[in-house]
Design a protein. Structure first.
Length: 219
């Protein structure tokens, strides 16, 4: 079992046990998150939009865009974008439907659900989804952030974000990663150290990217 599989299995088990005993998660309308990452192997970028409509707060939009550009390569091959309409079911659960776009598979209809738990120090997001198409790809995204206060103005920022991708038609692993972040947060700006571990294809070919990140929260 790869490090990504172990991470997802362990954290998901802990979340399940915790959520069974927790009170109803906070209903939140989080800011847009923009995060560039400058690594020794590549430049990475991630944009997350998770917003609710003011006029209909159960309805919203989830958009996730990311790419990774090798410093010595002129073309970007590792790029994905998804956009989904979401509907809140309560207790932190949303169902979503929309599209996933990747360079190899193109654009495909997509559906899934999302579980969110949040308090001032902790954020947990679990988001499994699957293509609604022939030869469907599926993936499971899990994000955990822990932000304890260091002072009245500073917070420690830590994040572990993992994804595991699988193709049901060929019964093979497609793409996985583990993103690790550690830094400090001042108001809506976060910066620190970062490490991305990427796995590609049935052989789980591994690449590592170590460097620094900057995170901006746009309200």
């Amino acid at each position: 079992m790869s490090i990504v599989n172990k991470f997802i299995a362990t954290i998901f088990f802990c979340i399940t046990i915790y959520s069974l005993s927790a009170q109803e998660p906070m209903m939140a309308n989080p800011p847009i998150s923009v995060e560039p990452f400058f690594g020794n192997r590549a430049f990475s970028y991630q944009l997350i939009i998770n917003k609710k409509l003011q006029s209909a707060p159960k309805l919203g939009f989830l958009g996730i865009s990311n790419f990774q550009a090798e410093w010595n390569q002129p073309l970007i091959n590792d790029f994905a974008h998804q956009g989904n309409l979401t509907y809140n079911l309560g207790y932190g659960f949303d169902i979503n439907g929309g599209f996933m776009w990747e360079p190899i598979t193109g654009i495909r209809p997509s559906a899934g659900f999302m579980y969110t738990y949040g308090n001032p120090d902790l954020l947990v997001i679990a988001n499994p989804r699957i293509d609604i198409a022939n030869e469907p790809n599926a993936d499971f995204l899990l994000l955990v952030e822990y932000l304890p206060s260091l002072s009245s103005k500073l917070k420690l920022y830590t994040r572990a974000q993992g994804l595991y991708g699988y193709n049901f038609n060929h019964e093979v692993h497609t793409r996985s990663y583990l993103m690790l972040r550690a830094g400090v947060t001042f108001k809506d700006i976060t910066f620190g150290l970062a490490n991305d571990i990427d796995y590609y294809g049935p052989e789980n070919t591994r690449f590592n990217n170590l460097g620094g990140f900057l995170r901006l929260e746009l309200f």
